[in-house]
Design a protein around this ligand. Structure first.
Ligand SMILES: *Cc1c(COP(=O)(O)O)cnc(C)c1O
Length: 383
């Protein structure tokens, strides 16, 4: 070792997943070619069944992306023009874009500064007589505080739709995400905890009526071939993706445990390091899709880490209400101070199931060294 060749630590390593499972993935792909059931088919049906069991729900409907899952969940719940849906301004913008697809209006509630999830204390103030749903996001893999959300939902007769795109297998008070609210929306984008070899998504629910509508809308709303009874979409999950996802689902618990173990190592090693570690609420299983810290000198820290071969990312640099495509006369800078502050401070460190403890130690060591060098102070937790 030594010399000028330093090893790069990537943000994540998807090729390692393939190397671990190559024979099984190759066989799964071959199976789909042999059957030539490329769209939906037996692999998709089997995956839906297995993923429903994994989440502890009655119904799972495979779709072609997390975005489609959100869109169909909202439509399945009857959301449309004139309705309002409560969500957060600090998320991947698909959460908000899909509300717009239905003709409904997103209404934002700020996030909690410790967990980055919806601040449940502020939800009721955002409810109007047009509110139809609450759409919490389990950001970075930590469940939102669902009990108060379900309670508010029940009292105001609102549908609760979970955005589970970053939280496969997460748990809240012993319940799996995706089966806590009325509908759950998963993404299998390659970088998610369970990732396809392309696009993929899925909707979970225990409500047979929602399941029937969503299943129909996913494939043109056909009652039978070439006879649509609903104006539907081409949102089907391809057989090859389902076959690959079935193989990876078999490893998800192991991979999640690995993520949690590495996150615990970060937690220990980053004490007094000049960055704020992620806060975890009691009695949840955080699945660490991302290990995201906060730094008052985020941009410089990111640049310095890059200089020593440590790849990081910012999820997300701009809150939705300040993005050019989603600006809205109802909202201006300053309206969601916590989301806006987090957008300036968050930094996701490398974390993936095949990462080694030595790599975590190396990252933590450099964070200590560089945040001291750049003169950063620990942000005080605003909890
Ligand atoms: C990835 C993601 C989505 C969208 O999923 P796609 O599969 O990319 O369409 C939605 N919400 C959140 C929070 C996400 O992270």
């Amino acid at each position: 070792m030594g010399g000028w060749v330093s090893t790069v630590i990537p943000l994540l390593d998807l090729a390692a997943q393939y190397r671990e499972l190559k024979p099984e993935i190759d066989a799964a792909i071959a199976r789909v070619f042999e059957s030539s059931q490329f769209i939906l088919g037996t692999e998709t049906e089997a995956f839906e069944e297995e993923f429903a069991a994994y989440c502890g729900v009655d119904y799972a409907i495979g779709v072609n992306s997390g975005t489609s899952a959100l869109h169909l969940a909202l439509l399945g719940a009857g959301i449309g023009p004139g309705d309002e849906v409560i969500t957060v301004p600090f998320t991947f913008f698909a959460t908000v874009a899909t509300i717009g697809y239905t003709g409904a209006t997103p209404v934002y509630v700020d996030i909690d500064p410790g967990t980055f999830n919806i601040d449940v204390k502020q939800i009721e103030a955002a409810i109007t007589n047009r509110t139809r749903a609450i759409l919490p996001v389990h950001l970075y893999g930590q469940p939102a505080d669902m009990d108060p959300i379900l309670d508010i939902g029940r009292r105001h007769k609102l549908v609760v739709i979970e955005d589970v795109a970053q939280a496969h297998g997460a748990e809240y008070h012993g319940r799996r995400t995706g089966g806590i609210g009325d509908i759950g929306c998963f993404s299998f984008y390659p970088t998610k905890n369970l990732g396809a070899a392309g696009e993929g998504g899925l909707v979970t629910t225990n409500n047979p009526e929602y399941a029937r509508t969503i299943r129909s809308l996913r494939s043109w709303g056909e009652e039978h071939r070439y006879y649509p009874v609903l104006k539907g979409y081409n949102y089907r999950l391809p057989g090859i993706q389902a076959a690959i996802l079935r193989v990876k689902l078999g490893r998800l618990e192991q991979w999640t445990d690995a993520r949690r173990k590495l996150a615990a190592e970060y937690d220990r090693l980053l004490e007094d390091s000049g960055v704020l570690r992620p806060a975890v609420i009691p009695d949840v299983r955080h699945v660490y899709c991302l290990y995201t810290v906060q730094s008052s000198g985020r941009d410089q820290l990111q640049q310095e880490l890059d200089g020593v071969g440590i790849k990081t990312a910012v999820h997300y640099p701009v809150p939705i209400h300040l993005m050019p495509a989603y600006t809205d006369e109802r909202y201006k800078a300053g309206d969601f101070p916590v989301a806006e502050a987090c957008a300036h401070a968050v930094l996701s460190l490398p974390l993936y199931p095949h990462m080694s403890s030595e790599q975590v130690e190396q990252v933590a060591h450099e964070v200590h060294r560089l945040s001291r060098k750049t003169g950063q102070e620990t942000l005080l937790s605003r909890r």
